[in-house]
Design a protein around this ligand. Structure first.
Ligand SMILES: NC(=O)C1=CN([C@@H]2O[C@H](COP(=O)(O)OP(=O)(O)OC[C@H]3O[C@@H](n4cnc5c(N)ncnc54)[C@H](OP(=O)(O)O)[C@@H]3O)[C@@H](O)[C@H]2O)C=CC1
Ligand SMILES: O=C([O-])CC(=O)C(=O)O
Length: 275
């Protein structure tokens, strides 16, 4: 039988944003993840979510973002990228953990990483909609010579991106696959802030946002968001690809929420697999 006296108190988790990612993570926490409890959520329109939240077995508090650090040890950011700073700073400043899905925003707010370092906090970028960041971080312990990613998305998954608007690309009129972007992960984060967090996560795991190269294709025949990554290093050469089924938000792959749930399950697990 488990010796209950050896158990640490439950880690309190807060979620910002109840879009497709936040809802799935909240449901998983409410069903039960060993040693974790959902203490609070923050949303833009609380009235839209009140009924749903009341049906959870342990409804969390609905709080403004600046009230979360008082009631939680971990915050999961699954909200618009402009909110990353206001969500992450209070947690890492008090030595706590912030899980960031809008990874692109970390490039313009990289002082948050110093803030975490100085205060014993931690910023976690989960694998999210991508694949194989464990292999990329392992290869980066040695020397990586190149990381290339090719993303292919249905037109719906790219609509509204600033790069498309600024360059007057009429993606609705595309009838065959078209390469609409070629550049670095840093450039992609600016041009596609809600569509290419994965490229930034890959760059942070490997050789950084200025050396990670990316192509983006709009493909009207696709129904899935596809990412193919190729890595050359002094320990291994590998390529990986993933075909993501979109969630209710066509920009967000279903697997993203599952990646966060998998990370949460590891926090108090007796066996952790993968780095
Ligand atoms: N790293 C990765 O692999 C991936 C990252 N992402 C990123 O994850 C993030 C979340 O995506 P997704 O789940 O699709 O979310 P959505 O974009 O569909 O929803 C955003 C949520 O944020 C909430 N929100 C907006 N403004 C505020 C505010 N001021 N205060 C509190 N909450 C607010 C909204 O509240 P309300 O419902 O009340 O309007 C909504 O619930 C996005 O930035 C996306 O780009 C997505 C896929 C993969
Ligand atoms: O990176 C993102 O923000 C989303 C993405 O590509 C995906 O879900 O496949």
């Amino acid at each position: 039988m488990a010796d209950l006296s050896k158990r640490s108190p439950a880690l309190r988790v807060a979620i910002v944003g109840l879009g497709p990612i936040g809802i799935k993570v909240a449901e998983a926490l409410d069903r039960g993840i060993d040693g974790l409890v959902l203490s609070a959520v923050s949303v833009q329109h609380p009235d839209k979510h009140r009924d749903w939240l009341a049906k959870l077995s342990r409804p969390p508090a609905i709080l403004p973002i600046d009230g979360l650090a008082e009631v939680a040890d971990i915050v999961i950011e699954c909200a618009p990228s402009k909110l990353v700073r206001s969500i992450v700073a209070p947690f890492v400043k008090s030595g706590k953990t912030a899980v960031v899905l809008s990874a692109g925003a970390l490039l313009e707010n990289d002082d948050l990483i110093d803030l975490a370092r100085q205060n014993g906090g931690q910023i976690v970028v989960p694998t999210g909609a991508l694949i194989g960041l464990d292999a990329v971080t392992a290869a980066a312990v040695g020397e990586i010579t190149s990381v290339r990613m090719v993303t292919r998305k249905p037109v719906r998954g790219l609509a509204g991106a600033p790069y498309i608007v600024e360059n007057n690309i009429d993606i609705e009129k595309i009838t065959e696959p078209l390469r609409i972007f070629e550049g670095t992960a840093r450039e992609a984060a600016k041009g596609f802030p809600a569509n290419l967090n994965v490229a930034v996560a890959l760059s942070l795991a490997g050789i950084g946002p200025d050396r990670t190269r990316l192509e983006i294709w709009a493909d009207p025949a696709l129904t899935r968001n596809m990412h193919r990554v190729e890595v050359e290093s002094d320990s291994a050469r590998f390529s990986m690809s993933i075909e993501n089924i979109p969630s209710e938000n066509p920009k967000t792959g279903r697997i993203t929420a599952l990646s966060v749930i998998a990370w949460l399950r590891k926090q108090r697990a007796a066996l952790r697999v993968g780095t």
